[in-house]
Design a protein around this ligand. Structure first.
Ligand code: ADP
Ligand code: MG
Length: 904
């Protein structure tokens, strides 16, 4: 059904490519197996447009505006306005309605801002694809794919467009995004006779948005962008989903508060009647009290705080896929990082070669193919050294990666595994070119590297015989070898002495932080690859590759540690390599422990728990044990963030509280599974993101504290007045004014509070709900101070001028709310010590609300609506002075805190 729909909108004539031979597709798109040339690509890009899906439509302004009213609280207010209208209080009804409209306008501004940041974030999520252009593989943005392009697919890639397969090896595709079927589909290139609309049945096609689980393939693109199957689906989805889990939990919190508020306002109503007020008045007051207590702006403010945080993180190269994760990140106590790519650059270069007891040195610069092979300091000509030729050939055979230099960015890009890219470059230094070599000595089959087997084997036709080459982790390669090559025709038996010698050499190299990849061969291989285990191979030697630390990693790890976040390294690499690198990065320190994957399997749970807090490196682990490690840490009570890049990391990324994927080297699958994607693959971004997360947590906390303390202030003012038989000092319209207008601006400004130092921002365990003892204490004191000061002013003024008394109490309460917004900025620091201009929004908001208050006092229409009268300058000054008492109380608390707890 989906397919049929996509075809209706397909600009090119509808053809069922899966039912025709591949040649038909090639000729229909006037292309060949070598792909298109750039001239043609540019032309087609113009003709068909970029290969992207329509940007998610945002909600219209009107829609957002209407949404502001879809809130149970607003319903109550609307009903209230209708009731008071019929009670004859027409001005009051008008006030409520206009306040609601002002509130909605503020909401629209806030939400619009949040949506814009979300949209900006979407622009970061572009992925890359590999296409053949004029026979050469190029890594390009997936938007640049056009119909007729030949795309190259490898394990972990995301399929960039709909395409007809024409060449493949063990290709398995996860099409769940399209079909909902989660088991991977094995593809082939055979023509399908039967007509079918279901993409799942079109086994010789691949579709945009699906993922390559294993194998490799080439295919010719038949549809891009909106013409693809998934494009057809996505056109139907018009809005972005801004539903955030955290947002939801806040909403349910609001509901809970709602019930509480209903009870409280019902009691206020009852109490008011009991104390002799009229039912009409009390109904309105109860509604107003309810309004003052419910933090109606909270969900929007939280979305705003989160998306501002997400945006700041994106600027630090951490793309947040799940907004709630931002806040979760602030609470991470352990970050489990991959060594390769995160701690190190993952730009490998072969630096050493060990064959037959001799150690060769290899020079060069990264992926550049220039460089020499030296023995005892002298450069040698590979042509005269059969062992180098041998090593070079096997390296080339086993290198399924490509490197290409990008003129524009002046950097080398790798498609495929960097370990294999290093092998490819080494092969070039030894005089081999993969394409030329494989034209003569064709590849027959290939068994790609997996972290389980820890080797990569491949079979080529060499001298009409099946020649197996295998490269991989030294112990695995040694395990499948029983002979050793020594330059003669007949290899010798691999003795225990040989093994000990090789292991010692491996250890020397690994202790220097080098990654060791050993290699063996079988000259006449008769088995089918992947069916029977490889055995009786001839061991040749190993390559030693250097991977350097990323810049800034050391410092970031130090910062993380100083702030109570433990960093543990997980790697498939050798124990000694891992230790050397972990020490260099500052992850491993004397006294720490290293656990290997094997030990992990044999230790009991109880033993593991004993060691867990001291382990900083997990070496030689497989992806499944990664999952075990994550679960162990979580069971230990830690909140665990984990980085990953491979297909097989997906599970652990989901299992961790917070999955962090690598944007550059990471496979699409891992990015899909993660909550956060590091665009620059740098660990430093994780530290920055933690900082941001903590900041967000504290930001939300400030807003909540503000909302609840002012709400309580208003409630207590009304309740205490009733109990002591004062007339109600706040008229209902005034409460609404204070709550929806004054609060609205200040809260929105608080959302923009700047970042604080990570050091002060540690989130205590189990403190997930924004309210700790201190926050409760502060809410109560501030509420009490607001109520008593307001009532004090009101009762004194009442004796001389009743009309002014209302205006004065309103002004005092409003002013206390202004100052309170400044109070909540810091838990510990004085209001004066936090630089005022670090949050210009709050300065502006304060100026606005002061202006609004003056407007409310001096404008004749407002005077009528809010029952205010003009105050003299002295009265106004006195009101403002007395309102400063709320600052004094908070300052006193902060001072006492320092006296008792020190400055920390
Ligand atoms: P890491 O966590 O460091 O990426 P891996 O599990 O990828 O570790 O690799 C473990 C070991 O397997 C490496 O030390 C290396 O010896 C070997 N290895 C890694 N990648 C390849 C590859 N593509 N081909 C052959 N051997 C590899
Ligand atoms: Mg790896």
């Amino acid at each position: 059904m989906v397919k049929a729909d996509a075809q209706e909108n397909n600009p090119s004539p509808v053809r069922t490519w899966y039912r025709e031979a591949v040649v038909e597709t090639f000729s229909a798109f006037s292309t060949t197996e070598r792909g298109l040339d750039m001239v043609e690509v540019v032309k087609r890009l113009k003709q068909y447009g970029p290969n992207c899906l329509p940007a998610a439509k945002t909600l219209s302004f009107f829609r957002i505006f209407i949404n502001q009213f879809l809130n149970p609280l607003i319903y109550i207010l609307l009903i209230a306005s209708i009731v008071v209208f019929f009670l004859g209080e027409i001005t009051d009804a008008i006030v409520i309605v206009s306040v609601l409209i002002i509130n909605a306008v503020i909401g629209v501004i806030q939400e619009g801002k949040a949506q814009n940041t979300l949209l900006a974030l979407e622009n970061f999520t572009k992925t890359e694809a590999v296409a053949l252009r004029n026979g050469v593989e190029e890594v390009i943005g997936d938007q640049e794919i056009v119909p007729g392009d030949v795309i190259v697919l490898r394990e972990g890639d995301k399929v960039p467009a709909d395409a007809r397969l024409f060449e493949l090896k063990n290709l398995q595709i996860d099409e769940s995004a399209l079909t909902g079927e989660s088991t991977p589909v094995s593809k082939n290139i055979d023509v399908i006779e039967k007509k079918t609309d279901n993409p799942a049945d079109q086994l010789n096609m691949v579709f945009r948005g699906s993922l390559v689980v294993s194998g490799a393939a080439r295919a010719v693109v038949v549809a891009t962008g909106v013409s693809t199957v998934i494009g057809g689906i996505s056109r139907k989805m018009v809005t972005i989903n801004t539903d955030i889990p955290l947002n939801k939990s806040i909403q349910s919190l609001s509901k809970f508060i709602g019930v509480g508020v209903l009870l409280i306002s019902a009691s206020v109503f009852g109490l008011g009647i009991l104390y002799g007020n009229s039912a009409g008045d009390m109904f309105f007051t109860a509604v107003a009290v309810a309004v003052s207590l419910v933090p109606e702006g909270l969900p929007v403010v939280i979305t705003l705080v989160l998306s501002i945080g997400a945006y700041r993180m994106a600027k630090q190269n951490a793309l947040v896929k799940n907004l709630g994760a931002v806040e979760a990140l602030g609470q991470a106590s352990v970050i489990a990082v991959d060594k390769t790519g995160t701690i190190t650059k993952n730009e490998l270069m072969v630096e050493g070669l060990y064959i037959d007891g001799k150690t060769y040195e290899v020079t060069g610069n990264g992926y550049e193919s220039k460089g020499n092979i030296l023995l005892d300091g002298a450069a040698l000509d590979p042509a005269n050294h059969p062992e180098i030729l041998f090593a070079g050939k096997i390296a080339t055979f086993c290198a399924n990666a490509r490197v290409s230099f990008h003129e524009k960015e002046q950097l080398w890009k790798v498609s495929g595994d960097p370990t294999e890219a290093a092998l490819l470059v080494f092969g070039e230094k030894a005089g081999f070119h993969k394409d030329e070599l494989e034209q003569e000595e064709r590849q027959v089959s290939d068994l790609p590297f997996t972290s389980d087997t820890k080797y990569h084997a491949t079979v080529h036709m060499v001298n009409k015989k099946s020649f197996l080459s295998v490269v991989g982790a030294p112990e695995n390669i040694l395990a499948l070898s029983n002979k050793i090559w020594n330059g003669s025709k007949t290899p010798r038996k691999l003795s225990d002495t040989h093994k000990a010698e090789i292991e010692a050499a491996v250890q020397t190299m690994s202790s220097r932080g080098l990654r060791v990849v050993a290699f063996s061969y079988i000259p006449n291989y008769k088995e089918e690859l992947g069916v029977a285990p490889i055995q009786n191979a001839v061991f040749i030697g190993f390559f030693a590759m250097r991977d350097v630390l990323r810049e800034g990693v050391r410092e970031s790890i130090e910062i993380a540690r100083a702030n109570g976040v433990r960093v543990v390294m997980i790697t498939g690499d050798h124990r000694f390599t891992a230790k050397a690198i972990a020490r260099e990065a500052g992850i491993f320190r004397e006294g720490d422990e290293i656990i290997t994957g094997k030990e992990l399997k044999t230790m009991t749970k109880a033993e593991l728990v004993v060691h867990l807090n001291r382990v900083s490196v997990f070496a030689r682990v497989t992806p499944e044990s990664k999952l075990d490690i994550i679960e162990l840490l979580r069971a230990n009570g830690d909140i665990v963030g984990m980085t990953g890049d491979g297909v097989n990391d997906a599970l652990s990324l989901v299992a961790a509280d917070l999955g962090i994927a690598m944007g550059k080297v990471g496979t699409e699958v891992s990015k899909e599974a993660a909550d956060i994607v590091l665009l620059d693959d740098n660990f430093r971004s994780v530290t920055l993101a933690i900082e941001e997360g903590r900041n967000i947590y504290h930001g939300i906390k400030k807003v909540i504290l503000y909302l609840f303390s002012t709400g309580l202030g208003e409630l207590l003012t009304v309740v205490i007045a009733m109990v002591v038989f004062l007339p109600l000092p706040l008229l209902p319209t005034q409460i609404l004014w204070l709550n929806l207008v004054t609060d609205g601006f200040l809260v929105a400004a608080l959302a923009f509070e700047p970042k604080e130092k990570l050091r002060n921002r540690i989130v205590k365990k189990g403190n997930r709900f924004f309210f700790d003892r201190l926050a409760i204490l502060r809410t109560l004191t501030m509420g009490l101070v607001m109520a008593s000061v307001t009532l004090f002013v009101f009762s004194i003024a009442l004796k001389t001028d009743a009309a002014k008394a209302y205006t004065l109490s309103l002004t005092v309460l409003a002013a206390m709310q202004w100052w309170n917004a400044w109070n909540v900025r810091s838990e510990k620091k004085s209001i004066w010590s936090k630089k005022m201009w670090t949050n210009p929004y709050l300065v502006v908001a304060t100026v606005i609300v002061i202006g609004l208050q003056l407007f409310a006092i001096y404008n004749p229409i407002m005077q009528k609506l809010l029952n205010t009268t003009a105050l003299s300058l002295t009265e106004l000054g006195a009101a403002v002075m007395i309102s400063l008492s709320i600052v004094f109380v908070e300052e006193l608390r902060k001072l006492l805190r320092i006296a008792f707890h020190g400055k920390k």
